[in-house]
Design a protein around this ligand. Structure first.
Ligand SMILES: Nc1ncnc2c1ncn2[C@@H]1O[C@H](COP(=O)(O)OP(=O)(O)OP(=O)(O)O)[C@@H](O)[C@H]1O
Ligand SMILES: [Mg+2]
Length: 622
């Protein structure tokens, strides 16, 4: 690897971090954007630092809807007396502006943020270097096949499941859209990051260990009668060798549960932290390995086995982006329960005009000591299995693509993959074509998400990583596939009114996910994931890529959101309908304050701020 390429990659990664910090500082109003002074023309902007009689000069700062400030150019500190110095790193910007923050972060908080940002930058640079080679390989395959792009090539040469998972891994390059610590994995060396992460096309072994069955809490969807039978049916080869291993020790397999363990977690955490359980004879770490592919969330793995095996979601005791990726009892209890309720609803609603399906979490369990009966120790010894068969064994020709992949540079054109779907190897699309495409996309996303929320009080966390959009052979978006229900929020009065019950998970110190008072936390979950982190991002990307009028796509999004409300109006209490419509379309959007939370060392995981509603600003068009 040449030093020149490395330096360029690092420089770009640093700019990526800077862009994210600028965006968060203004969106979260840590620095009030009202302080900015705009050039009469162009995109130059000054931020006065009154306390030191200095200015920060942004050469090219794009102002997009919803307080989205995107930095495209140089940032310079101009001090009293005229001295100029370039601000080239996110850490430098934080230091420069810290005095002007609307709160006083601790030195520790700032140091923690800087360390995680530096780690993200290093990992981002490595991922982009790897990407050059990976995209080169893909380009070659695409060329040899005579395909018009990556999706066309995958359609012709892979199964739906292989194509979907490759796109999911490949689509993990950009990471969360605006987290300043988007790729931080501070406990891993660069070699480990490459060996374990989806953006490096990694393969990771998962050990099938054994947990004594009386030391577990297990939750399953009603159609799963026995975990043993279910596991044996889904993983026949591993079941046979796991069983043989136990029998060779003189143990009866029915007294034990097959427990998958992520390779890193096994070696670096479980052996040490669960030494007492191993010693006590309730946890056996020997067992067969399954080769798996880590998907975009890093810790949900797809076994590389014939057919369509379930995804395996695992705890990994690593700090990734914003939290330690445990898999706590709440998710174990709620994942299968919410999956079961949604599946029943989808059957009754015909998948909301066949626009929605899910990856159901069929079985999940966590360690719970037979005598001590505490839930907490099980958060690092747990698993959730996510069925993929219905989603991947399809005959309708639709291809599921994880949303983040749509926003990733395609191997042939270097432009976002969504452009490939819009243009299908043809000429650059006209503005009208792109607007019509976005309208269809917005419809496919908003119809089912709004319907299940208004009718049943179920909030789908439809952000870029939890959502796959299904595309037909013409590249048109058709429907949604949602995953990840463990932390899903619900509003019980609405659910109950339609005759459905959901048992909540209640445990001291654990924040609730089912609400029956104010619906706001449930609504915010939808707005933040689906609108702020997903639809707004797609609109931003297409607006810039195709140089569309600055607010046009938000007008379209408004019309489509109105359409989604209209579609269920007759079935929803008019007071609720009106109130929610106002909230989605005109009131400020609530979203998680990711930078503030990080600076405050996550003392509170539910900090949020308001963004001006970009749908309110747009004329409704009718
Ligand atoms: N575009 C993206 N948007 C959101 N998260 C992303 C994105 N790309 C990668 N990620 C990563 O995916 C994870 C998202 O967290 P989330 O809690 O939704 O999922 P999870 O529970 O870890 O896994 P799963 O979705 O497989 O159940 C984080 O680790 C985050 O860094
Ligand atoms: Mg997720």
């Amino acid at each position: 690897m040449s030093a020149g390429r490395e330096a360029v990659a690092l420089h770009n990664a640093e700019r990526n971090a800077l862009r994210r910090v600028v965006r968060c500082l203004f969106a979260e109003k840590i620095i009030d954007p009202a302080m900015l002074v705009f050039a009469p023309q162009g995109r130059s902007v000054w931020l006065p630092l009154w306390h030191r009689l200095a200015l920060v000069y942004f050469e090219d700062l794009q102002v997009a809807p919803a307080n989205t400030f995107i930095n495209h150019g140089a940032i310079t500190l101009i001090e009293h007396g005229g001295k100029r110095s370039a601000i080239v790193s996110a850490a430098q910007l934080i230091e420069t502006l810290r005095e002007c923050f609307d709160f006083a972060p601790s030195d520790e908080g700032v140091a923690g943020l800087k360390a995680d940002m530096a780690n993200s930058v290093a990992n981002d640079a490595l991922a982009r270097l790897y990407r050059e080679a990976w995209n080169g390989e893909l380009r070659e395959h695409i060329g040899v096949a005579g395909a018009w792009g990556l999706t066309d090539y995958l359609r012709r040469h892979s199964s739906t499941s292989a194509a979907a998972v490759l796109l999911d891994q490949w689509g993990s390059l950009e990471g969360h859209p605006f987290y300043p610590t988007w790729k931080s994995k501070p406990d891993l060396t660069p070699e480990q990051v490459a060996a374990l992460s989806p953006e490096f096309n990694a393969k990771v072994p998962v050990r099938i260990a054994a947990l004594r069955a009386d030391n577990a809490y297990l939750e399953r969807m009603p159609h799963v009668h026995s975990y043993h039978d279910w596991f044996a049916a889904n993983f026949p080869t591993q079941w046979a060798s796991w069983k043989a291993g136990l029998n060779a020790r003189g143990l009866d397999e029915t007294d034990w549960l097959p427990l998958p363990l992520h390779a890193w977690h096994l070696e670096n955490f479980v052996r040490k932290e669960y030494a007492a359980e191993i010693e006590e004879g309730i946890l056996i770490l020997d067992g067969p390995d399954i080769e798996t592919l880590p998907t975009m969330s890093f810790r949900t793995m797809l076994p590389q086995l014939p057919g369509t095996p379930p995804f395996i979601k695992l705890p990994v005791a690593l700090w990734l982006t914003s939290e330690q990726r445990s898999l706590q009892a709440k998710s174990i209890h709620m994942g299968p329960r919410i999956s079961a309720v949604i599946k029943r609803i989808l059957a009754v609603e015909h998948g909301f005009d066949r626009m929605l399906d899910i990856f159901p979490e069929e079985v999940a369990f966590h360690y719970k000591h037979a005598v001590r009966q505490e839930d907490h120790p099980g958060r690092h010894l747990s698993v959730a299995f996510r069925n993929s068969r219905e989603a991947f064994e399809r005959s309708d020709g639709l291809l599921p693509i994880t949303v983040a992949a749509l926003l990733t540079g395609a191997p042939v054109s270097g432009r976002p993959l969504i452009s490939e779907l819009i243009e299908r190897g043809g000429v650059r699309a006209s503005r009208e074509t792109v607007e019509a495409y976005f309208r269809q996309y917005a419809r496919v996303v908003t119809r089912p998400v709004i319907a299940i929320y208004l009718l049943y009080g179920i909030a789908l966390e439809a952000h870029q990583q939890n959502t796959s959009v299904l595309f037909d052979t013409d590249g048109a978006p058709k429907s949604l596939l949602i995953r990840d229900f463990g932390d899903g929020r619900t509003y019980t009065p609405l659910l109950n009114a339609r005759g459905y019950e959901l048992k909540p998970y209640v445990y001291p110190g654990i924040l609730p996910t089912m609400f029956d008072g104010d619906i706001e936390p449930v609504r915010s979950f939808v707005v933040d994931a689906c609108f702020v982190c997903h639809l707004h991002e797609v609109a931003l990307l297409l607006t810039n890529e195709y140089e569309l009028a600055p607010t046009r796509l938000w007008e379209i999004l408004r019309e489509e959101t109105e359409g989604a409300f209209d579609a269920v109006a007759e079935r929803v209490d008019p007071v609720l309908w009106q109130r929610e419509r106002v909230a989605f379309l005109t009131q400020p959007w609530f979203t998680r304050s990711v930078l503030r939370m990080h600076l405050l060392k996550y003392a509170d995981y539910r900090l949020q701020h308001q963004l001006p509603n970009p749908l309110a600003a747009a004329p409704s068009g009718n």
